[in-house]
Design a protein around this ligand. Sequence first.
Ligand code: SF4
Length: 223
Amino acid sequence: MSDAALRAQALEGLAERLRGCTRCPLSEGRTMVVVGAGDPDADLMFIGEAPGANEDRTGLPFVGQAGGLLDGLLGGIGLSREQVFIANVLKCRPPGNRDPRPEEIAECRGFLVEQVALVRPRVICALGNFATRLLSGHPDGIGRVHGQPLPITMGGVDAILYPVYHPVAALYTRAMLGTLQEDFARIPSLLTAGSAPASPRSRAPRPAPAPPGVEATSQLGLF
Ligand code: SF4
């Protein structure tokens, strides 16, 4: 079995564990665990905060209006949802869409680290303020750091953290769509920056490429 097939199999095993997870109280109110979805060998991974009502109902990440916007933004750079991997920091919906609590993050974060370690993305796109602060380990908000790539290490994988506004922001502020489109337009160059993938692709932890504008390296504060 190929390395990619083994990692895909391990991801499915992780999904099974997640579906039965009762490690934090969010298990009591959820309808479905939102494991994450997409290409288990994706170069580009999106990480949001936590499932909303539509995700909780369907078990899929980023559905509804925000999901449609994400699909459109991906289409704008020639990608489809099937070519990326989409996950959240928390896999179960916080009631009333409240912010995740530290103890919930502490219980769930290991699952996200496992997902990153198995998918081995080159670029991790943090969607919105919460995911950006958590993954960067820095308090700077999304308004300050969006569109600014930062080399990170997560789950033993060297990658580029690339914060963008959460697509839902464009539902409330139409001008935000232009900002999102501009930030998304830089993703293809981030994916190809630095070393080209080996053939067949070897996804062992690798040094992060340093695209233009990258000035600092971050070890993740919470991961
Ligand atoms: S949020 Fe994470 S830790 Fe909590 S029950 Fe769901 S899968 Fe388990």
